[in-house]
Each structure stands twice: as structure tokens, then as C-alpha cells.
Design a protein around this ligand. Structure first.
Ligand code: PLP
Length: 453
């Protein structure tokens, strides 16, 4: 891997840093404590800083660059659309929007065959909840503790992780439940099957005490993303589907992160042959080249709004640049066999290589994932499973993970770290050789974590 790191920062980078720190207000950050790296260019699975240092991106930015950076066909499709029509209100019909909706509907399971477009994942979840409430005439929504659904008012209220705390009290009617997490079971389960059965029992009793007739929807991330890459045990999603059917509750699968190839299928629900009532998507649909998200809607829910207006809309819903990029992206996925490649990478490259790391590094407590969505959980003790850094660690408490990340970056790997985990989420197009080169860097960086063991 080339590494032309210069110790002197370029004039360009200095100027960007100066303007950025003076005028850009960044997400999720104490503004005085950050120093964002200026990125000069990117291609495939790599990006470069202004000193020419190359990073292999094991984060896909925010787990969205599924197709890799600067794919020439995707860039060309956006340029072509820009030359034709760059903006049109949602109240008009438009060729890029119509085609994107048809393609997405054809990919979706069951009778989910209409699409409401948004600018991203949070707005998709907001509108999915609105649809579920209006369709059922009920108010409550069950959402998992270990979840992230976005940062707008409703989506942050659905979110279970600590990012919601400063926004509380938020939208009313959200009820929390524990989803399955065999490595740190909330149910003291000792096997995947026990975890599945107990998580379903827990969901059923939560519904019973809430009154199922008051519950509009259960929302879940098909494979939980930032909260740990939690792959549901076989049988869990089917069980949730059956509970929803029993009580007339809408099942919303948030596939903002897990969809569009990330898990080695078009949609993660395809692994278990489940048809939700609503699927929310964003990120991988067009790899974030232009902001886009949406809700894929079952015929029954769409039917609710045949003779009654849907009370929601966005100026940029179905933006032509975004939709043209989604059309091109789906074409590229098909032409290049990216879904199959992602599945193969998970089963034959990433999974075995991470399992090997776990055998050699005591600090690796657990390895889990599928497709190109994996996590390693770092611990101080394998028996007690004490995490390398405490839950929600910040400042000095988080230092060991900071040292681990710095060791990766120094060697040209951009990692995705969250609490005591490092996620392995490169673009779905990354080659096996590139993935193995990145895992070699993780191997070296894990020596840092082992020192705390
Ligand atoms: N849902 C999930 C599962 C996500 O991972 C995210 C973002 O990371 C969102 C929703 C929110 O998407 P956005 O940031 O596009 O609003």
C-alpha cells in the first residue's frame, strides 16, 4: 500500500481545515474538540488526503458507499441527468423517478410495489411511521433499544441508543423492547435458539402489557447496524412477522444500512424470506452519490391512500439527479454481480479472516456478520466479556479504542469504530485482495487492544 505521508501539511489542507473549523458546524460533535481530515479525492475502495496519503476505506464513509467511490458509470449517469433536467417538484411525473420506483419495487419482496422517495433514511422512517399510524388508526410504535433510526425528531425518538438521550422527551407513543443479541443476551440465553425464543416471548409480553390493539407498528433494523451488527437468529424475523399478523400490526424493516447489497442480498430480509409491510432504504441505493432514501409500501398500505390524501411530502422527493443515480446504480449492481460478490466476500473472505484474528488475538471477544457487514467486539476478558471500553465511553474512557483506530489510520486503513467494536464494512465492490490487505492492518492494530487484555 502506498503511503506518501508528508509531515508538512499542504497549503490546501491548511486552508480547508481553517475554513472548516471557523464555519462548518459538524454532526454529533463538540465543535471545539474535532479535527476532520480533509479528503482530496477517492476511487474504488480508497480515498486520499491532501498529502497524498491513501486510505483503504473499511467504513464506506457511513456504511453507504456500497458501489465504491467515483464509479464512472454512476458519475456519467448523474452528469447526463444534470444536462437534461436537474429539478422537478414531486407533483409532476418524471422519467428518472418513475424508472427508479419501478426498479426498486421489482426488487422488493411480496407486494411492496410503490415507493415514496425521501432525501435519506431518517425521513424514510418518519414517513413509514406516519403511514403505519394512519393505516391502522393506532398510535404506539415498538422500537428496539439497540437501534439507530436517524436524527430527525421522530427518527431519534425511535432510536434506542444513547444518541436519543439529549432529544428526550420526543415523539410520544414509542415503546422499547430488547431484540436478540446472543453475545450479550438480555434473556440469559445460552444458544441462538434460546435467544430467539426468549426474544419473541419478550416481544409478545411487551405487546400484551401495551395492548396490541394500540400498537401501529414494530420497527426493527433487519440486521442491526451501528449498534453492533446483530444478525437475528434464524426464526426471529419470522416470529416477529407472525406476531404482527396475529395482532394487525405493521412490520417496518429499516434497511437503510442493511439493504442494497450490504448483507449480500438486495434486501437483508431476503436471507429469511420475510415480507415486511414497509421497507425503508437510503445509503446503498445509490451509494450516497446524491442524497436519496425512501419507503417501499405494501399494496394494502398504499390502498389506504387511494381515496384519501397522504399527509406528507418533501420538496425534493424523487429528485431527478438522485433517481437517475439509483437507476444507474441498480444497473451496475446487476452488470457487475455485486450482490453475489458481497455474499462471497462475507462467506469466503471476511468471515474466515476475522475468525482467524479471533483465534490469534485474545482481545477479540466475538466476530459476527454476513455479506460485507461485520463486527469484531473487543474485550478485556473473554470469560467475563468485559468490553475494552465501557458502554457509551467518551474521553479518557474511550482511549483504548482511539489508540486502536489511530494504529489503523497510521497504516492506511480507515476503520469504523463504535464503543468497543470495530466494524468491517468496506464497499461491496472491494476485491478479496484488498479486504485481506485491510485485515492484515487490523491484525497489527489488534496488538494495541491485546495490551489491555
Ligand atoms: N436507519 C439506519 C439503520 C441507519 O443506519 C441510519 C443512518 O446511519 C438511518 C436510519 C438514518 O439515515 P440518514 O442518516 O440518511 O437520515
Amino acid at each position: 500500500m502506498t503511503d506518501t505521508l508528508s509531515t508538512v501539511e499542504s497549503v490546501d489542507a491548511q486552508r480547508i481545515r481553517r475554513d472548516d473549523r471557523a464555519h462548518v458546524f459538524h454532526s454529533w460533535s463538540a465543535q471545539g474538540q474535532i479535527d476532520p481530515l480533509p479528503i482530496a479525492s477517492a476511487s474504488g475502495s480508497y480515498f486520499w488526503d491532501y498529502e497524498g496519503k491513501r486510505y483503504l476505506d473499511f467504513s464506506s464513509q457511513l456504511v453507504n458507499v456500497n458501489i465504491g467511490y467515483q464509479h464512472p458509470k454512476l458519475v456519467a449517469a448523474i452528469q447526463e441527468q444534470a444536462g437534461k433536467l436537474t429539478t422537478v417538484a414531486p407533483s409532476f411525473a418524471n422519467d428518472a423517478r418513475a424508472e427508479a420506483a419501478r426498479l426498486i419495487a421489482e426488487l422488493a419482496p411480496g407486494d411492496l410495489d410503490t415507493v415514496f422517495f425521501t432525501n435519506g433514511g431518517a425521513e424514510a422512517n418518519e414517513n413509514a411511521i406516519r403511514m403505519a399510524r394512519l393505516h391502522t388508526g393506532r398510535h404506539k410504535v415498538l422500537a428496539a433499544y439497540r437501534s439507530y433510526h436517524g436524527a430527525t425528531a421522530g427518527a431519534i425518538a425511535l432510536t434506542g441508543d444513547p444518541r436519543r438521550w439529549p432529544s428526550e422527551p420526543g415523539m410520544s407513543g414509542v415503546v422499547r423492547y430488547w431484540g436478540p443479541y446472543p453475545y450479550r443476551s438480555a434473556f440469559h440465553a445460552e444458544s441462538q435458539q434460546q435467544e430467539c425464543e426468549r426474544a419473541l416471548e419478550h416481544l409478545r409480553s411487551t405487546l400484551a402489557v401495551e395492548g396490541p390493539q394500540t400498537v401501529a407498528a414494530i420497527i426493527l433494523e433487519t440486521v442491526v447496524g451501528t449498534n453492533g451488527v446483530l444478525v437475528p437468529p434464524d426464526g426471529y424475523l419470522r416470529g416477529v412477522r407472525e406476531l404482527c399478523d396475529e395482532f394487525g400490526i405493521i412490520l417496518i424493516a429499516d434497511e437503510v444500512m442493511a439493504g442494497f447489497g450490504r448483507c449480500g442480498e438486495w434486501f437483508a430480509v431476503d436471507h429469511w424470506n420475510i415480507t415486511p409491510d414497509l421497507i425503508t432504504f437510503a445509503k446503498g441505493v445509490n451509494s450516497g452519490y446524491v442524497p436519496l432514501g425512501g419507503v417501499i409500501i405494501s399494496r394494502a398500505i398504499a390502498g389506504t391512500f387511494q381515496d384519501r390524501p397522504f399527509p406528507g411530502g418533501l420538496t425534493y422527493s424523487g429528485h431527478p439527479l438522485a433517481c437517475a443515480s439509483a437507476v444507474a446504480s441498480i444497473g451496475i449492481f446487476r452488470e457487475e454481480g455485486i450482490i453475489e460478490h458481497a455474499r462471497d466476500l462475507g462467506a469466503n473472505v471476511i468471515g474466515p479472516a476475522l475468525a482467524d484474528l479471533a483465534r490469534r488475538h485474545p482481545s477479540v471477544g466475538d466476530v459476527r456478520g454476513l455479506g460485507v457487514m461485520w463486527a469484531m467486539e473487543l474485550v478485556r476478558d473473554r470469560d467475563t466479556r468485559e468490553p475494552l471500553v465501557p458502554f457509551n465511553a467518551a474521553g479518557a474512557d474511550a482511549a483504548p479504542m482511539g489508540e486502536f483506530a489511530a494504529a489503523c489510520k497510521q497504516r492506511g486503513l480507515w476503520p469504523f469504530t463504535h464503543f468497543n467494536r470495530t466494524h468491517v464494512v468496506p464497499p461491496c465492490t472491494t476485491s478479496a485482495e484488498e479486504v485481506l490487505a485491510g485485515i492484515e492492518i487490523l491484525d497489527t492494530a489488534l496488538d494495541v487492544a491485546d495490551r489491555y487484555y
